[in-house]
Ligand binder design. Structure first.
Ligand code: MG
Length: 447
């Protein structure tokens, strides 16, 4: 009895020791996490390889916040650099850059408001800072200047984490799910070699095909000779206008046959009956997708459109945060999801929206008709997506405007673009733009 009692005591002591050991291990892990290490791993996207690199990438502190404005009278092919860049300086000497657009003054004001929640914080805690800033701006309508600065800050944080880890952002997002990204070219009143798509659709089609670009996006309902929107304000369209608007589609088809995919953007200018009429008239032409026909302020109207037309419906660059996109998916209001990485909440939010879309078998087609960081950030994000579809590109932006500020602008080759391999976003800035007044840096806040 006595020995058995002693054995029981010994066993109990041993078990208690084991539990204490486990408790200590767990406590040490939690202490290490609280010390900053776990902040790096808050992102659900880190692969083991990226996690190992990121482990040595922090913590760091934000010491200065800058905004960059661009010369408004600088025009290239008729377009100005109307972006705001956000630069986060850190005590490591690393600087991360993000972007939103259009405009500057409202952005700089919002950035000033947000800066008190940023200074001294660890930018490698990407999820934590997004949530904290989002809570601050949740008292104001979402999607305005505050959301756009939250977005630019998030992109700058990913740039910083990539630089600190020595990895391109796409690797931190899980690596390349897409080796290269299929692009279409948008003709949004942006001429190619002086030619508008509605003036010379055959020449534009041949120009793009000659570069291996086999998809185009056009705007016949609010641009060019028909422009039914200008006549009726989006509330009415005649049978004649419906037929005349098809002219450019037919001419592209005649030139390229089935070698060119055709998407149409309706600029969110129409009501539901007009949209339904337009969609029905386009159905015989094998359309890639119909983008933003109506404002995305009533997703049930979109659900009806998606149910009634065979053309895939694509929305919407105008929406921000995963919360708005959730409604869209649940209502079956979309076939192809579009967001703008510099408007929707940043790289973190874009990845989440796409992953959510993937569970509904909905692919992603990012909007990129803005500044150069939008172009780089979209390429990194889209490269990591399982449900990538096709990405917007604009010839004169990557060919003329972006190279004025950056040396290594990714350009499509044979219709595909690939992600830069340098750490972070991989931007190679032309420093001369910051000396000649084309880009002006303003300090928003500093420690
Ligand atoms: Mg659009």
């Amino acid at each position: 009895m006595e020995s058995s009692y002693r054995e029981r005591v010994c066993n109990l002591t041993f078990e208690r020791g084991k539990m204490q050991q486990q408790g200590n291990t767990r406590r040490r892990f939690l202490q290490a996490a609280a010390g900053g290490g776990l902040g790096l791993f808050a992102s659900p996207f880190l692969t083991p390889q990226a996690r190992a690199a990121a482990e040595n990438a922090g913590p760091m502190r934000i010491t200065k916040i800058e905004a960059v404005r661009f010369r408004s009278d600088l025009r290239m092919q008729g377009v100005s650099p109307n972006w705001t860049w956000v630069r986060l300086h850190t005590d490591t000497g690393l600087v991360g850059t993000g972007e939103s657009y259009p405009g500057y003054d409202a952005h700089a004001g919002a950035l000033k408001e947000l800066s008190r929640f940023l200074l001294g914080k660890d930018p490698t805690k990407i999820e934590r800072l997004w949530q904290d800033l989002f809570y601050q701006i949740s008292y104001r309508p979402w999607g305005g200047a505050e959301t756009r600065m939250l977005t630019a800050i998030n992109i700058a944080q990913w740039d910083l984490l990539g630089k600190a880890a020595g990895l391109p952002i796409y690797k931190l997002l899980g690596g390349k799910s897409q080796e290269k990204l299929l692009v279409y070219n948008t003709m949004n009143g942006w001429a190619i070699n002086g030619m508008m798509e509605y003036e010379a659709p055959e020449k534009i089609t041949e120009f793009l095909l000659g570069r291996g670009i086999k998809a185009i996006k056009i705007y016949p309902y609010d641009r060019g000779p028909v422009n039914a929107f200008a006549r009726h304000g989006g509330t009415f369209i005649t049978q004649a206008e419906l037929k005349q608007s098809l002219d450019i589609v037919k001419r592209i088809r005649k030139t390229a046959g089935d070698e060119m995919e055709i998407a149409l953007d309706l600029s969110s200018k129409w009501n539901l009956p007009c949209t339904l009429q337009i969609a029905k008239s386009l159905e015989p032409y094998g359309i890639l997708y119909l983008e933003d026909p109506m404002l995305p302020d009533n997703l049930e109207a979109y659900a009806r459109l998606a149910a009634e037309t065979s053309i895939p419906v694509c929305i919407s660059e105008r929406l921000a945060t995963r919360f708005r996109f959730r409604e869209m998916f649940e209502l079956r209001a979309v076939d192809v999801v579009m967001y703008d990485v510099t408007w929707c909440g940043g790289i973190s939010e874009a990845k989440k929206i796409s992953d959510m879309a993937d569970t509904y078998k909905i692919p992603t087609s990012p909007h990129t008709g803005g500044g150069p960081i939008l172009w780089y950030a979209s390429i990194h994000t889209a490269s990591s997506l399982n449900n990538f579809y096709i990405m917007e590109s604009v010839y004169h932006l990557y060919n003329d405007l972006y190279p004025h500020f950056l040396r290594n602008v990714p350009r499509p080759v044979d219709g595909y673009v690939t992600a830069p391999e340098a750490p972070g976003l991989g931007l190679e800035l032309r420093e001369e733009a910051f000396k000649n007044g084309d880009a002006v840096i303003e300090t928003i806040a500093a420690l």
